[in-house]
Design a protein around this ligand. Sequence first.
Ligand code: ADP
Length: 259
Amino acid sequence: LEIVGAPIFNERNMLKGAVLVIYDITEFKNVEVMRKDFVANVSHELKTPITSIRGFAETLLDGAAEDPEARSQFLNIIFDESKRIQLLIDDLLILSKLEKDESTINVSTVHVGLMLDEILPLVQQHADQKQIEVQVDAEEELKFEADEDKMKQILLNLLTNAISYTPEKGLVSVKIKEFEDKVCFIVKDTGIGIGKEALPRIFERFYRVDKDRSRDTGGTGLGLAIVKHIVEVHKGEIEVESELGKGTTFAVYIPKDQN
Ligand code: ADP
């Protein structure tokens, strides 16, 4: 609470009383704390790969470049770390754009079949590397009115996570169907699962159940925050069910007519 006070005088300039104005600034403080946390998080996320890039570049300059094996190894690390920065910046831009145009969604007709044709190839290589089968069960002919790019983003982020957090030879399935006046996307995996305590926090920016694992999988920690945001601007809902060691299921419901 913030309190501002002022004395009140009568006509003869004698003190008559005082007025106190009490502002509830809890909301403002929370936003302020969140903003500071966010800046600190972004800085930290950038610092790690940049430190590594600098370190390896320096070592190369100091002579390691003479050794072909070390050279190629260090250059690969520099390349990977710069890709990580790129991914982080891409996700930050997506998030900031979502926040800026809070309510503007670019509504057009989304064709479920076409959307899948576009998104599945983007995750196939990752799935193949881990020998993960991606099963699709969709009403391919289904059409609905929504922001097409954002629908693709939901699907891409959920599928990327499902593949990332599922061990080799696991199974990932995606189901898209009509459900009352909504379209329902269900992405299910047989992966590592998410513990009960972590479950309510996974939609927070930069929250990761296992920081190291997420790093290894190349995650930015922003994927689910982006998904949640998109679902909110479409006045939809997102549900998650998970069991440690068994797998996770995300279900997104988007009202079919956004007009
Ligand atoms: P990240 O880039 O780290 O994957 P996300 O915002 O996409 O960030 O997800 C946040 C965290 O939620 C992840 O770090 C991971 O711990 C957990 N998570 C997300 N999806 C899954 C999943 N399908 N299975 C297990 N854990 C998951």
